[in-house]
Design a protein around this ligand. Structure first.
Ligand SMILES: Cc1cc2nc3c(=O)[nH]c(=O)nc-3n(C[C@H](O)[C@H](O)[C@H](O)COP(=O)(O)OP(=O)(O)OC[C@H]3O[C@@H](n4cnc5c(N)ncnc54)[C@H](O)[C@@H]3O)c2cc1C
Length: 377
């Protein structure tokens, strides 16, 4: 295992960092204030191969390795979790298509996603069933050559801006988790009705929606993977998704650390820079150590995605550790800013709110601990 980035990975980091500093950070607050989805920036990022970069070149992606992929997410979140996060989340579902989808699904949708023409959404969670994925109530009933889907999906990233979505539904409700299937559907069809959720704590530029599925008709050829195997496919899909969240957490924590360092070097109290007080120096040392530890675990988990039995355990560990540290580090960054950290004049106020989501989605911290314990036997 290498703890050094390759020259190519380092170059990717630099390229994303420049894009983030020049194109994302200056407009981040405006998108956040307006709760506006950054469609134009998605296209600009796509020109640099930053949208769904892991998708193979044959389908318009860059075919990045898992460490490069998490690096890109980290840097996009370092720039801004709302705007950069919208870019990195545009691929939330491409893994399912790549791994299990038919060739026509890949040819039709992946080039549009990698080109930044549309993000993809994946509907798993429901109002009454989040952590308990197997409890979902959305049904898919066979009717001739179609499935007819009914139910409500909740908190769906890209739900109201995506042209395409993967919907998880019970095709054999009596079978519990063994009766769930993944369906691919365009969103401009009757029966798909998305309402944007616009009162989020953070990542406000990101699109999150409630989706009502009312007799949504999906041809049987739109089953992604195998009928009734959706739950098992999801379990595979979650490992890279959780490593991605670890990258998000590292990115926002790094951003907060940098803001704290800058502020500590400028702000004076008692006739000296606050960064000269040992209390602040120790705070920053702790923050930096947490970020570095989280980063190491995130990259290690990313490497494990290439194969091996450790992938599930390390992905959950990375997600758990990085997200918990991100919440603490952003909190400390607010503290370093004093009162100035409590208002939106400084980026840390936003980062503090943005970081919180990483402990919740793609499986809460509590669920990650259960997975880790199960994996340990
Ligand atoms: C901004 C945002 C974006 C999201 N994007 C998507 C998306 O694109 N697609 C999608 O499908 N979902 C998405 N989600 C949903 C997200 O994955 C769920 O919110 C999350 O899985 C938790 O489910 P829940 O909200 O129903 O909480 P609940 O499951 O009701 O959990 C409430 C609390 O109980 C705890 N708990 C529950 N079960 C257990 C248990 N067995 N042991 C210990 N503690 C437990 C939880 O850890 C949590 O603390 C998103 C959510 C948000 C907020």
């Amino acid at each position: 295992m290498s703890f050094r980035l390759t020259a190519e990975q380092a170059a990717i980091r630099e390229a994303v960092r420049s894009f983030g500093d020049e194109e994302i950070r200056p407009v981040a607050s405006a998108y956040e204030d307006d709760e506006r989805y950054p469609a134009a920036l998605l296209e600009a990022a796509a020109e640099l191969d930053l949208v769904a970069p892991h998708v193979p070149e044959a389908y318009g992606g860059a075919g990045t390795d898992p460490v490069s992929t998490v690096l890109i997410t980290e840097e996009l979140w370092r720039a801004d979790p709302g705007v950069g996060g919208s870019i990195s989340a545009a691929d939330f579902g491409t893994g399912m298509i790549l791994e299990y989808g038919d060739e026509w699904m890949k040819e039709k949708w992946l080039p549009k996603i990698t080109a930044g023409e549309t993000p993809i959404a994946t509907g798993i969670s429901e109002p009454a069933h989040g952590s308990n994925v197997a409890g979902m109530e959305t049904t898919a009933e066979k009717d001739g050559g179609d499935y007819v889907i009914n139910g409500t999906k909740m908190w769906i990233t890209n739900g109201s801006v995506a042209d395409v979505a993967i919907i998880m539904a019970k095709s054999s409700p009596e079978e519990g988790h063994a009766g769930i299937t993944a369906f691919l559907t365009p969103t401009d069809v009757d029966g798909y009705d998305a309402t944007r959720i616009d009162n989020k704590l953070g990542i406000r530029a990101q699109d999150t929606a409630e989706i009502v599925l009312d007799d949504l008709r999906v041809p049987e050829g739109n089953v992604v993977g195998e009928l009734d195997r959706g739950f098992y496919q999801l379990m595979e899909f979650f490992a890279p998704a959780r490593v991605d969240v670890a990258g998000q957490a590292v990115g926002v924590a790094q951003a907060a650390l940098e803001e704290a360092l800058d502020y500590a070097g400028e702000r004076e109290q008692f006739d000296q820079k606050i960064g000269e007080f040992q209390a602040i120096r120790h705070k920053i040392a702790g923050m930096a150590t947490d970020v570095e530890a989280a980063r190491s675990l995130a990259y290690r988990a990313a490497e494990a995605l290439s194969g091996g039995e450790e992938a599930t355990r390390l992905a959950s560990m990375a997600k758990l550790f990085a997200s918990e540290r991100a919440v603490e580090v952003t909190d400390e960054a607010v503290q370093v800013h004093g009162g100035a950290g409590y208002v939106s004049d400084h980026h840390v106020e936003r980062f503090y709110r943005d970081a919180r989501i990483t402990k919740i989605y793609d499986g809460t911290s509590e669920i990650q601990k259960s997975i880790i314990a199960d994996e340990l036997g």
